[in-house]
Write a protein that binds this ligand. Sequence first.
Ligand SMILES: CC(C)(COP(=O)(O)OP(=O)(O)OC[C@H]1O[C@@H](n2cnc3c(N)ncnc32)[C@H](O)[C@@H]1OP(=O)(O)O)[C@@H](O)C(=O)NCCC(=O)NCCS
Length: 173
Amino acid sequence: MLTTIFTPFPYLETERLSLWQMELSDAPDILALRSDPRVNEYIDRKPTSSIEEAEAFIKLINSAMEKGESLFWAVADRQTNKFLGTICLWNIDHETDKVELGYELIYEAQGKGYMLEAVPKVIDFAWQRMGAKEIEAVIVEGNERSINLVDRLSFTFKNKDGNIMYYTLQRPS
Ligand SMILES: CC(C)(COP(=O)(O)OP(=O)(O)OC[C@H]1O[C@@H](n2cnc3c(N)ncnc32)[C@H](O)[C@@H]1OP(=O)(O)O)[C@@H](O)C(=O)NCCC(=O)NCCS
């Protein structure tokens, strides 16, 4: 059984970044991120279109975390606190101890190595604090930036179903 409820919220830090829990005041940043067609290109979701929708999303995320259904971090510049994106662990499978990894950066923050820096911290968290044994990344074919990221983090390609590709990382023994 994985550990999925953390109180207080597990704040994380890397050299350039801080990873914290979203609050309703982050709604304008969430709206900007999730309404940008450049960010949404390979993500199957309805674009967020209002502050109210962004607030509802943040409430949903925080309530899912209270129930232990997922973990969701805002990624920000450690010095300026500027919001850069999000990382989540979700689709938690207690039978196989597998979790799915999700991540996205505002367009202006891409190509700077931020996810390459933040995701390993979240991976360590999944192994050490949650007790996960496998992390899966589900990527739409053609999302080269996302494929490059998981390749650089040593995920291996598992299988393809239509245009959906499954990558996996196993906990080091
Ligand atoms: C997927 C996504 C997070 C990848 O973003 P990214 O910025 O390419 O990811 P990384 O953090 O791995 O950055 C690596 C890039 O930064 C560059 N870089 C610049 N400075 C760097 C530094 N200090 N350290 C490391 N890399 C650096 C690297 O060269 C690399 O660029 P390249 O791929 O052109 O060689 C981003 O494209 C995104 O948010 N896409 C939209 C949402 C999405 O599709 N999410 C994934 C769904 S599966």
